[in-house]
Design a protein around this ligand. Structure first.
Ligand code: ADP
Length: 679
């Protein structure tokens, strides 16, 4: 019986395993590094042991130390999660040697699958279909090249020790072979300390379909259907789903059977995944077997209704599998989107920083026809550090069919608001709502093929009312803070506002670094039933006039524009604010005329009236582009004429005052559209 379980991992998977352990009445022990002292997995565990500094090799990879602590704390079993020590045969052996159950397959099965080429030999002998190729021991360049030439190009060079897409190179023609081989070997040596290569026929439009298998110590084995993980970036999964769409039942059966054959060939025990390439013509080929629980296991849980961690713990205790093949059913459709701190528009560069805002989508109501599940190991205020994989969470949804589940996925992604680090959420929304994804036109080259429509999209258009809502956010926040404290508000620069007074001021709002000059009229909202707790504003932008009202409610800003109620989440980072609505989000900064911030504010103080006076003339027509320093408007004050010049190259979008009108000093005179930096 497992009474106490140590989870030799961190983040979402540590929390995930603990959830089931707790439900089974098992005590939990977490491990952590310096960087994770306050992490969710530590807070959620009954006990936690500190392993060392942040780098994995000094903490999460210290197998011997982990086993020592486990002995000291009377731990019965160790769950390795995925990554770190999960596929380390030595660690599995050491656990067994110390009378601790390793929640995973026998060390011999890990070893058998540890090398892609050795695994292929075993699979070949077991009659499992392989991608045509060479996986022999002779590593002479001439031998590898001859195999490639014979097979015909394109071919794929793969590191035998490979993982995570490293040490892999496509070769499209004979003349490129030598250079590609050297590069793949170098990468493999650097990542795995080994340069053994294998060669495969490169399939140009395959799908990645994998089978979840489970075996117990009594000789039983089942497959829990498949997952389609074709949507990948640099050979890493982005969105996974189950079941695979347009996947004939007979292929499911054949692939499931082949996967079980693979598992039986190595006397497998526990949860494993057999990965296949599924080609357009219906043929499929063994790629590799992962001897652990996969990141994407929740989609299988969603469609089968089974708890795979519970299965793992049951099997580890020596119990038979909870179900046989005929008892397993496949219901509905599930997706998993991996929410990462990374910049898809910059080659998916990992991002780090403090998660200043995390607002998760609503989880499904009881009895609802769809389900939303979030597996995460972080909470608001936590740090995404440079030391580990920058995954923030996994968003998992289920619906009665693919269409319903996909709608749920897009909707949940739109409700997922994260600030403080760059995330891939917008990218995931674009992928999930794209037509080819909706049509399930899935291949492993999906992202490359549709790159034009997925990357570097113009930032979603900023609606006319967004700058006004930005002002409302700051004002509401100020009002809220002033009620609680007399200290100056850290929330921006609109300090002069007084409740219940008609008050005007001119401001510039930088929305996504683009300047919007506004005139703001705080309305006396008496008679307005919302007045009690809210603020009502009239905002003039060029020739448009927008009326917005709103108030803060819990952690949301509620707005009313043209009678439509909307809600936004907001955040603050380094003087910039984030505003997150259902269909749009932006970052903004409010700049008061006399506080000017010339670094970011192209319109700056120079578009403001320098003092009280009269507008004399407009010098440039609306819509005309001008160069920096071009005179735009003449105003008279103190019996002198003052010329207001363009602060940078740009275009006049409108004038807030007509010739002859009196203006107050500090009022913004011109709605000026700067040629912004990056656009
Ligand atoms: P790793 O262990 O590094 O993740 P895999 O062998 O699992 O490498 O392959 C990762 C991905 O690379 C697959 O999901 C697939 O998209 C692609 N891939 C692998 N082998 C081939 C092949 N022979 N032809 C086309 N694509 C392949």
């Amino acid at each position: 019986m497992i009474k106490k379980l140590l989870i030799a991992n961190r983040g979402e998977i540590a929390c995930r395993v603990m959830r089931t352990a707790k439900a089974m009445g098992i005590q939990t022990v977490a491990v952590y590094s310096d960087a994770d002292a306050k992490a969710l997995h530590v807070l959620q565990a009954d006990e936690a042991v500190h392993l060392g500094p942040a780098p994995s090799k000094d903490s999460y990879l210290r197998g011997t130390a982990i086993i020592e602590y486990a002995k000291k704390l009377g731990v019965d079993a160790i769950h390795p999660g995925y990554g770190f020590l999960s596929e380390n045969a030595e660690f599995a052996k050491a656990c067994t040697a110390h009378d601790i159950i390793f929640v995973g397959p026998p060390a011999s099965a890990i070893e058998a699958m540890g090398s892609k080429s050795a695994a292929k030999k075993i699979m070949e002998a077991a009659g499992v279909p392989l991608v045509p190729g060479y996986h022999g021991d002779d590593q002479d360049e001439a031998t590898l090249k001859q195999a490639s030439d014979a097979m015909g190009y394109p071919v794929l060079l793969k590191a035998a020790a490979g993982g995570g897409g490293k040490g892999m190179r496509q070769v499209w023609k004979e003349s490129e072979f030598s250079a590609a081989l050297s590069a793949a070997k170098r990468e493999s040596m650097a990542s795995f300390g080994d340069e053994h290569m294998l060669v495969e026929k490169y399939l140009t439009r395959p799908r990645h379909v994998e089978i979840q298998v489970f075996c117990d110590t009594h000789g039983n084995g089942v497959y829990l259907f498949e997952r389609d993980c074709s949507v990948q970036r640099r050979h890493q999964k982005v969105i996974e789903e189950a079941p695979a769409p347009n996947f004939p039942a007979n292929i499911r059966q054949q692939m499931g059977g082949a996967a079980l054959q693979a598992a039986k060939a190595i006397n497998y025990v526990g949860a494993g995944t057999v990965e296949f390439l599924y080609d357009e013509d219906g043929s499929f080929y063994f790629m590799e077997m992962n001897t652990r629980l996969q990141v994407e296991h929740p989609v299988t849980e969603m469609i089968t209704g089974e708890d795979l961690v519970r299965w793992q713990l049951d099997v580890a205790e020596g119990k038979p599998l909870p179900k046989n093949q005929s008892e397993l059913t496949l219901t509905g459709h599930a997706f998993e989107a991996r929410i990462y701190a990374e910049d898809p528009n910059n080659d998916f560069l990992p991002a780090s920083g403090t998660l200043s805002l995390i607002k998760t989508p609503m989880l499904s109501a009881q009895g609802s026809a769809s389900k939303v599940r979030i597996d995460t190991g972080v909470q608001q205020g936590d740090e995404i550090s440079v030391y580990y994989d920058p995954m923030i969470s996994k968003l998992v949804v289920w619906g009665e069919n693919r269409e319903a589940a996909l709608k749920q996925l897009v909707s949940a992604l739109k409700q997922y608001h994260i600030d403080g680090v760059t995330t891939n959420i917008d990218f995931l929304i674009d992928v999930a709502s794209s037509e080819p994804f909706g049509n399930a036109e899935l291949t492993t080259t999906f992202i490359d093929k549709h790159a034009d429509s997925l990357f570097n999209k113009q930032s979603k258009s900023v609606t006319a009312e967004l700058p006004a809502i930005a002002l409302l956010t700051v004002l509401s926040r100020n009002q809220c803070i002033e009620k609680q404290s007399l200290l100056p508000s850290p929330w921006g620069v609109i300090a002069a506002w007084r409740p219940n007074m008609e008050y005007q001021e001119s401001l510039t709002v930088l929305v996504n670094d683009k300047a919007h000059a506004l005139r703001l009229i705080h309305k006396d909202a008496s008679g307005d039933t919302r007045k009690q707790k809210g603020i009502a504003l009239k905002v003039l932008t060029g020739s448009d006039s927008i009326e917005v009202a709103g108030h803060l409610e819990a952690d949301k800003l509620i707005t009313f524009v043209d009678g439509v109620r909307r809600s936004y989440h907001f955040s603050q980072n380094d003087g910039k604010f984030g505003l997150f609505g259902q269909d749009s989000h932006c970052h903004f900064k409010v700049v008061a005329p006399d506080i000017g911030d010339d670094d970011d504010n192209h319109t700056g103080a120079s578009l403001d009236a320098p003092m009280n006076g009269t507008v004399v003339a407009h010098l440039v027509e609306v819509g005309v582009s001008v160069k920096k320093d071009a005179p735009l408007l003449i105003m008279e004050a103190m019996k002198m004429e003052h010329s207001i010049a363009a602060p940078c190259d740009g275009m006049v979008r409108g004038y807030f005052y007509q010739p002859g009108e009196l203006v107050d000093g500090g009022s913004v005179l011109i709605d000026f559209d700067a040629d912004s930096k990056g656009e």
